[in-house]
Ligand binder design. Sequence first.
Ligand SMILES: Cc1cc2nc3c(=O)[nH]c(=O)nc-3n(C[C@H](O)[C@H](O)[C@H](O)COP(=O)(O)O)c2cc1C
Length: 194
Amino acid sequence: MAYNTQQINQLIQSRRSIFPNQYSGEKVSHEIVEQILENANYAPNHRRTEPWRFMVFTGKALEKLGKVQAELYKTATPPEKFKEKMYQKLQTKPTLASHVITIGMQRNPVVPEIEEIEAVACAVQNMYLTATAYGIGAYWGSGGITYYQEAKELFGLGEKDKLLGFFFLGIPKTTPPPYKRQPITNKVIWADID
Ligand SMILES: Cc1cc2nc3c(=O)[nH]c(=O)nc-3n(C[C@H](O)[C@H](O)[C@H](O)COP(=O)(O)O)c2cc1C
């Protein structure tokens, strides 16, 4: 056997979302972030479109990201729906992370759009698992300005592309245990006929 399957099973089953308020404030090393991105690049994708696109924010750029997304929220939200608490949260949340990576999908019409989104989600799972293997906290957030049309160009995406969220990275203060899932047997129908 080429791999330690027991370790791989454990890695997959221990992966958790670890949120920015659970990070210590220490930096994740540049080499680990590069490895996380490198492994994203090995996700399955139909017709080899490799649709994942990322923008990496760290250091002072995290403050800039916070300001830019809070301002976009302010300008693009009708006054009656605007919430000051959300504005503040958007401004400060990125600064709790070591790195924030925007999760983008670059559209290629040779395959249906849903397959491009699926391929990006596979890339994000590679990132989650790599982070877990290195003991790094990671979390895919799709709140805030994720689905605002105006957000795309801020992160180098075109009109037909999609912003699918933000991938937060940090050194975890504690690592949450796996949570109990509904059994897989509830979700599978076997159709093996002898
Ligand atoms: C596409 C996607 C979007 C998500 N967006 C959010 C989000 O906006 N806010 C949030 O708290 N969690 C978000 N999550 C993380 C989920 O809350 C988390 O994966 C779920 O609670 C299961 O926990 P686990 O990742 O630790 O297994 C998102 C997860 C996915 C896959």
